[in-house]
Ligand binder design. Structure first.
Ligand SMILES: Nc1nc2c(c(=O)[nH]1)N[C@H]1C(S)=C(S)[C@@H](COP(=O)(O)O)O[C@H]1N2
Ligand SMILES: [Mo]
Length: 311
């Protein structure tokens, strides 16, 4: 660390003066270097910093996706996580993500499409723009939450690839970084990387969302930074985290949970209170938080507008 040179803000090359997230990183880096708040607020100057960083977060809320229900306590959403690459213990995940590097982050869009491409996660936020959407989220384990995500509609990303007519499915892959993901070695029998899939028409539905933030800030690593799927009418495991590859396919792709236990985790996995999981009922759910409440589960998790996809 001794030979790290900290340049003042005005010497940074243009491409480094970017999102607010990076600004935060730089600030915390300066703090870690023991230079303290003094340097951050006087030499760098708060007004200069604000002008230099195009503001991505907080994103403006999209009024069409804004149900009038209380949002789940932010600390619960960041502290009660399913992310098996780190731990199977929901309360440990957030303490195990330190080594996980999520910026820069390359993603590949490939398979049956006319224009395959690669992109940087942060650049794509700037290209498409981000908005906030409040979604209800229902895990197959019968707990649920309400989260103000930020990000962009998945279709806006996928249509850039111009999928071919024969593409019927989209497969998503999570990063596979054994040195940064301590949970992988504890589950060597699992078919890593974590994969998930949707039909192309499901992926193109306007509810399908690529989340890059939550609660007005960049997405925490334990929630799948820098970008993760949110498919709010399906059980939570379909909402794959920390995506590095997206592939258009002709046939229904294999997915991690479906190949481990097909009877428990069918490919489609729409939320349905009438269809029990083989080991428990799906009729109700516990809304997580400091004061958990049990509520009835609704078909498609309440997103009845997707029913047309399943005629
Ligand atoms: N790569 C990856 N994605 C994943 C998981 C996982 O273990 N690994 N868990 C899934 C499950 S079961 C749920 S309920 C949600 C949890 O998301 P959250 O931690 O942001 O609440 O992520 C889903 N996406
Ligand atoms: Mo889940």
């Amino acid at each position: 660390m001794a030979n790290v040179i900290i340049r003042p803000d005005w010497q940074l090359p243009e491409r480094e003066i970017t999102a607010i997230g990076e600004y935060h990183n730089r600030r915390s880096f300066i703090k870690e270097m023991g230079l303290g708040v003094g340097l951050g607020s006087t030499i760098l100057g708060p007004r200069l910093e604000a002008a230099a960083a195009p503001k991505l977060f907080p994103a403006k809320r999209n009024k069409d996706f804004n149900p009038r229900i209380n949002h789940t306590d932010k600390r619960w959403v960041g502290g009660y996580n399913n992310f098996y690459e780190f731990s199977t213990n929901k309360e440990y995940v957030r303490f195990l993500v330190d080594k996980f590097k999520t910026d820069p982050w390359r993603v590949e869009v490939t398979g049956l499409c006319k224009k395959p491409f690669k992109f940087d996660a942060r650049e794509m936020m700037k290209k498409i723009g981000i908005e906030e959407r409040v979604y209800r989220f229902r895990c197959v384990e019968a707990w649920s939450m309400v989260v103000p995500w930020a990000g962009y509609q998945l279709s806006k990303l996928l249509e850039q690839a111009e999928p071919k007519n024969e593409a019927k499915y989209v497969k998503f892959y999570t990063a596979l970084k054994p040195k940064e993901m301590p949970g992988l070695a504890r589950l060597p029998q699992y078919p890593w990387p974590y994969t998930e899939g949707l039909r192309v028409d499901e992926a193109m539905h306007k509810l399908s969302f690529m989340a890059t933030g939550a609660y007005g800030e960049p997405l925490p690593k334990q929630n799948g930074a820098p970008l993760r799927l949110i498919v709010p009418w399906k059980y939570g495991y379909k909402s794959i985290k920390s995506i590095v590859k997206i592939e258009f396919t002709r046939k229904q792709p294999n997915t991690l949970w479906n190949s481990l236990a097909p009877r428990e985790y069918p490919f489609e996995s729409n939320v349905d209170p009438a269809i029990s999981h083989p080991r428990w009922s799906q009729a109700s759910e516990r809304m997580i938080g400091p004061n958990p409440v049990r509520v009835k589960t609704i078909k498609y998790n309440g997103y009845g507008q997707v029913a047309g996809l399943y005629k």
